[in-house]
Design a binder for this molecule. Structure first.
Ligand SMILES: [Zn+2]
Ligand SMILES: [Zn+2]
Length: 334
C-alpha cells in the first residue's frame, strides 16, 4: 500500500463541489430559476452552473433528512478516517433523539442521497471522479502498486480513462461517507471490486493510506524457493510482522494478487542473480553506466528495472515496491 499524503489542495478543491451539490439537492438550483434555490458566490462554479436539480421528493420526502444533515456536511466531507465511526454515531444519536425516524430510515435515506444520487449519479457519472483523480495525482493503484491508474481524457471531453475509487469504509454499511474525501481511495478495478470488497476495514485493525505514513515500509516482499528452479512470493519475516500490517495485507489480498508475478517479474530478477556464474544483477547496477554521465542510484533503477526507488515516487511506476524489495534481497545473498 502507498501513503497518499495530506492532499490538502485536493481536499480544498473537492469540498466546495460537494457543498454546492448537496445544497442544490436540498434547496434547488437558483441559477436554473428555483426561487428559493441555492447558489454559491463563485460565478464560474461548475456545480452551480450545471443542470443539477433539487432532489425529487415524489415517493419519499427527503426535505427533513437533508435539513438535518446540512449542519454536519462539512464534517462528513473532511472527516479523518479514525473519526468516521464516532461521527456516524453522533449523527445517529441526534437523528433518534429528535425523532425523525429509525436507524434504518437514516441508513436508507443516506444510501439514496449519498450513494445513489451522490456517488453514482453525480460523482461518477458527472466526471467528478476524473477531477479528484487528477488532483490526487497518483499513477498506480494505492493498494497494489501493480497497475497504472492514470487519468487521461481528450481536450474538451469529460470522460476518458481514470482510476476507480474504493470506499475504505464500505459504502454499503456506511453510506453517509460515500462522498467523504478521506474515504475515497484511488485504486485499480481488481483491488476495488474483487479483493478488498470481501473485508470490512476499520482503523483499529487495518492500516489506512491517509493515516499511516510508513505504510509501504512496514513489510517487505520476499521470494521463497518452491522447487530448485521455481520461486514463490511471500513476505520477509512474516511471522514477526505486526498484527495490523498482517491483517491489512490479508484484507487486500496482496499475496494473492502478486502470486502469478512469480513466473514473470520475480523470475526475471532471480534469473539475473542466479542463472549466470557471476552476480549479473550486481554487475548491471555497478557497471552498466560506469563510463557514462554521472547517474544517481534512482536513475539507474529507473532505467534498468523501470521502477522508482524513493517512497514518495513509488506510485509513479508499477512494481516499484515489489522489485526494490526483491532486488535488495537478491543483492544480500552471497
Ligand atoms: Zn457553487
Ligand atoms: Zn490494485
Amino acid at each position: 500500500m502507498i501513503y497518499l499524503g495530506e492532499q490538502l489542495d485536493a481536499l480544498n478543491k473537492f469540498k466546495p463541489l460537494v457543498t454546492c451539490w448537496f445544497n442544490i439537492k436540498r434547496l434547488g438550483n437558483a441559477r436554473k430559476g428555483d426561487v428559493n434555490g441555492y447558489q454559491c458566490v463563485d460565478k464560474n462554479c461548475r456545480i452551480c452552473n450545471s443542470k443539477i436539480e433539487k432532489l425529487n421528493n415524489t415517493v419519499i420526502d427527503y426535505t427533513d433528512y437533508l435539513n438535518f444533515i446540512c449542519p454536519y456536511l462539512n464534517r462528513i466531507i473532511e472527516c479523518k478516517p479514525n473519526e468516521i465511526i464516532s461521527l456516524q454515531d453522533e449523527i445517529k444519536d441526534e437523528w433518534l433523539k429528535i425523532g425523525l425516524g429509525t436507524e434504518d430510515h437514516l441508513k436508507e435515506k443516506s444510501k439514496h442521497v449519498f450513494t445513489v444520487k451522490g456517488y453514482k449519479e453525480w460523482f461518477t457519472n458527472g466526471s467528478i471522479n476524473y477531477s479528484l483523480a487528477e488532483w490526487l495525482d497518483k499513477h498506480t493503484c494505492v493498494y497494489c502498486n501493480r497497475q497504472y491508474i492514470f487519468t487521461t481524457r481528450k481536450i474538451g471531453e469529460k470522460r476518458g480513462v481514470t482510476c476507480q475509487f474504493d470506499h475504505w469504509f464500505d459504502k454499503g454499511s456506511r453510506p453517509l461517507f460515500a462522498l467523504s474525501f478521506y474515504n475515497l481511495i484511488p485504486s485499480c478495478s481488481v483491488c476495488n471490486s474483487s479483493v478488498k470488497s470481501r473485508t470490512h476495514f476499520n482503523t483499529d485493525d487495518y492500516l489506512h493510506p491517509y493515516i499511516d505514513k510508513d505504510i509501504s515500509s512496514r513489510f517487505k516482499f520476499s521470494s521463497i524457493p518452491n522447487t530448485a528452479t521455481q520461486y514463490g512470493i511471500t513476505f520477509l519475516n512474516e511471522n514477526k510482522m505486526d498484527a495490523k500490517t498482517k491483517k491489512t495485507l490479508e484484507g487486500l489480498g496482496t499475496k494473492l494478487v502478486y502470486s502469478k508475478h512469480s513466473e514473470k517479474e520475480l523470475q526475471d530478477l532471480i534469473d539475473l542473480r542466479m542463472k549466470y556464474s557471476d552476480n549479473y544483477l550486481k554487475n548491471l547496477l555497478e557497471n552498466t553506466f560506469k563510463n557514462e554521465l554521472y547517474m544517481t542510484k534512482e536513475e539507474k533503477y529507473r532505467l534498468i528495472f523501470g521502477i522508482e526507488l524513493s517512497e514518495d515516487n513509488m506510485h509513479k511506476r508499477p512494481f516499484s515496491k515489489f522489485k526494490k524489495d526483491i532486488i535488495d534481497e537478491l543483492l544480500r545473498i552471497k
